[in-house]
Ligand binder design. Structure first.
Ligand SMILES: NC(=O)c1ccc[n+]([C@@H]2O[C@H](COP(=O)([O-])OP(=O)(O)OC[C@H]3O[C@@H](n4cnc5c(N)ncnc54)[C@H](O)[C@@H]3O)[C@@H](O)[C@H]2O)c1
Length: 263
């Protein structure tokens, strides 16, 4: 198991289905944590779970698309713990359906702000605290950044841009000993996935059971990814064992992106 003793890790979207599992994994590995999310109650539940693993935690209920709260979050974490080593951007909104004709500008702007601008802002204000000793940035993207679905335009645009941001961070920050990588999951067993399955079942007139089966059977491994599997990869990528890995994107999707549709 990775050892994060003395390391300080900050995480956005910290009480989400994937974020909470990553936060707990780093807590168990000995990290001190700076957690942020917009949902106050859920965030304090996640912070408590991490404390139960023995971690010191600073948490703050901010909107990560807002510059001032992001700046002061990073400053406070650095003041509280004396350093920042790793930044993990997990925040993301997916409920933004529409195509180029139907999507309202307000939804386009909001999705870009939450899924993309937040990662830029967090890096902008965390990097100065990483520069003295080096560090690691990890952006949680999606297979939707690599291939697109009908009526999911802006979500895909943000995830593709997040991969591009990751590459630029890797190139520009290497001289400071800061690495940047991305994980692109396929469907992950989370409340978000459950909601999406139910929504599609309704949309296409299927039972939820049929919808689960259909969705799952599109994956060569015939299953979804667990949040723990994402956390394991995150622990590795942010550690010294990945010291020469930067600018990379790791799909974790049961082979979905390797598959051509049936002819
Ligand atoms: N669940 C999946 O199947 C899946 C698949 C591929 C990629 N992803 C990506 O993984 C990440 C996490 O997904 P998840 O399933 O945990 O989603 P989730 O909705 O459970 O978690 C996202 C978290 O972000 C928080 N958040 C939303 N807007 C915010 C804002 N403006 N400021 C601060 N916090 C805000 C939410 O409160 C929530 O806790 C997302 O970026 C998502 O796009 C998820």
């Amino acid at each position: 198991m990775e050892n994060y003793a003395e390391k300080v890790v900050i995480l956005t979207g910290a009480c989400g289905g994937i974020g909470e599992v990553i936060a707990e994994a780093f807590a168990q590995a000995g990290a001190r944590l700076g957690l942020c999310d917009i949902r106050t109650e859920n965030l304090s539940r996640t912070a408590d779970k991490c404390r139960q693993h023995g971690a010191s935690v600073y948490s703050s209920d901010i909107d990560v698309s807002d510059e001032d709260p992001v700046r002061s979050f990073c400053e406070t974490v650095s003041k509280t713990f004396g350093r920042i080593d790793c930044l993990i951007n997990t925040v993301g909104i997916v409920d933004c359906p529409g195509d180029v004709q139907s999507l309202p500008l307000s939804m386009w702007n909001r999705t870009l702000a939450v899924n993309l601008t937040s990662a830029f802002l967090m890096a902008k204000y965390a990097v100065p605290h990483m520069k003295p000793h080096g560090g690691a940035i990890l952006n949680i993207a999606s297979v939707s950044g690599l291939a697109n679905q009908e009526q999911e335009m802006v979500y895909s645009v943000t995830k593709a841009a997040l991969l591009s941001l990751t590459r630029s961070e890797a190139i520009d920050l290497a001289k400071h000993g800061i690495r940047a990588n991305a994980i692109s999951p396929g469907s992950v067993e989370t409340p978000l996935l459950e909601a999406a399955v139910n929504q599609n079942a309704e949309r296409f007139g299927r039972t939820p059971e049929d919808q689960w089966h259909l969705w799952r059977s599109q994956y060569p491994t015939q299953r979804f990814t667990s949040p723990q599997e994402i956390a394991e990869l995150a622990l590795f990528l942010c550690s010294e064992r990945a010291a020469n890995i930067t600018g990379a994107n790791f799909t974790i999707d049961g082979g979905l992106m390797a598959l051509l549709p049936e002819r």
